[in-house]
Design a protein around this ligand. Structure first.
Ligand SMILES: [Mn+2]
Length: 427
């Protein structure tokens, strides 16, 4: 199904007067503190977040999986779902594919379908954390780090195939996340595992097109519970540095131990020009894959505060960042969940744009701790939702995406089209 533009505009009309009042009021307040509402709205319009192909179905846990019905059962339908999201929010202009879950049979046709929805292809993701049918060697004991050279070669070859699929779709980057590690002390030689991984990543990097980027993701534990070969940003950064200038660290918000200061990691990586991108999600305990911003919205704001500072003070030429949601859980309608996640990302971004950076720098210089906190919290506590609605209105999206989604009965229509028992490929 496609969102009917005239229906969407009719639903917008019902909310227009109230929106105008709210936006005008906020605009006046922002103008008083020397901010330009139009400038902020255009920045919000420009931020596009990639949707991962595996977030469109209900996610699984090891205890079970419950379909929401109407889930996409093929790549074409996944693209259509991201198209729906983009039509409503105008903030989801890209899709990120996971290979081999989403191998396109006809890349040209897939490209056309995506461009009909106004979507580009973001990073492609390789998968050496599962064995595929008919695969010669198993990844049970690792992939790029494996003790057996034949397994490592197979994993390198898979990554090169992923790159060539990405090339056919117009993607320009590959994200490598490794489940490699050990679950018991003594199982793995840490140094050998690192060296094997480094060599394999260098082999992949050497075969990557010149205009491509490699993103190296890290994670402290899970699925291995004693050690991960790439557990943290330091290891990821050192591997990226050993690969070359087009290799970067990728930060996934859920891939940290509790209470890690992620905003500090972001600041240092950008200072070094080595932050490649972001996987947004939220968590209470670990890699919970929950809706962005629902548990720790202040942390998300502080991260965006550093990202904006990094983009404004970019001596190390950190490239534009790849933004992607990486979440998949099993309770909510996945499309409603993604609408909420996009809203949370844009809210954090918009609030961080309001921070008075000159005043903050001065307060920091003077060690006026109270004032530093006030400056950040003044920005964080402002209700910027009218700015987001205005950005969507100007881009022909929905003033209230979630309301339109429900009023148009999108999920019910998808269930009618696709059935109630389909399960999307993915986690
Ligand atoms: Mn991730």
């Amino acid at each position: 199904m496609k969102i009917d533009q005239s229906q969407l505009q009719d639903l917008n009309r019902d909310l227009l007067n109230e929106h105008r009042d709210q936006f005008d009021f906020l605009s006046q307040q922002l103008t008083k503190i020397d901010l330009e509402p139009d400038h902020i709205v255009s920045k919000i319009q420009a931020l596009q977040v990639a949707i991962p192909s595996w977030a469109l179905g209900a996610g699984g846990t090891r205890f079970g999986r419950f379909s929401t019905g109407g889930e996409p059962s093929c790549l074409e339908e996944k693209i259509d779902d991201v198209g729906l999201l983009h039509a409503l929010t105008q903030a989801a202009g890209a899709i990120s594919l996971h290979i081999p879950w989403d191998i396109p049979q006809d890349p040209m046709a897939i490209r056309e379908r995506a461009s009909m929805h106004g979507l580009a292809f973001d990073a492609v993701n390789s998968n050496t954390f599962q064995d595929q049918p008919n695969q010669e060697h198993s990844y049970k004991f690792g992939s790029l780090c494996h003790t057996d050279a034949a397994v490592r070669a197979q994993a390198v070859k898979h990554n090169l195939e992923v790159i060539s699929i990405g090339e056919a779709l117009g993607s320009k980057s590959i994200t490598v996340w490794l489940a490699d590690g050990s679950s018991f002390p003594g199982q793995l030689n840490f140094r050998t595992a690192y060296q094997h991984t480094k060599q394999a990543l260098q082999d992949i990097y050497a075969s990557m097109p010149d205009d491509w980027k490699m993103y190296i993701e890290y994670k402290p534990y899970e699925p291995n519970f004693y050690s991960m070969v790439i557990p943290d940003w330091g290891t990821s950064l050192s591997l990226a540095q050993e690969c070359g200038p087009n290799a970067y660290t990728l930060v996934d918000l859920g891939h940290h131990l509790p209470n890690t200061n992620i905003e500090q990691i972001v600041a240092i990586l950008m200072m070094k020009g080595k932050l490649g991108g972001f996987h947004f999600n939220d968590s209470k305990y670990g890699d919970d894959d929950l809706t962005v911003g629902n548990v720790k919205p202040f942390q998300l704001f502080l991260i965006f505060n550093e990202l904006i500072y990094g983009m404004d003070n970019n001596e190390a030429n950190n490239p534009p960042l790849a933004w992607m949601i990486d979440a998949s859980h099993n309770l909510k309608d996945p499309l409603e969940d993604l609408i909420q996640s996009l809203e949370a990302i844009l809210l954090a971004y918009a609030r961080a744009l309001l921070v008075d950076r000159e005043a903050l720098a001065q307060a920091q210089q003077e060690n006026d701790v109270t004032r530093c906190q006030e400056i950040l919290q003044t920005a964080f506590r402002r209700d910027v939702r009218p700015l987001l609605a205005e950005a969507r209105k100007r881009s022909n999206g929905a003033l209230s995406p979630l309301n339109v989604y429900r009023q148009l009965k999108v999920r019910q229509r998808l269930i009618q089209e696709r059935g109630s028992n389909v399960v999307a490929t993915g986690l």
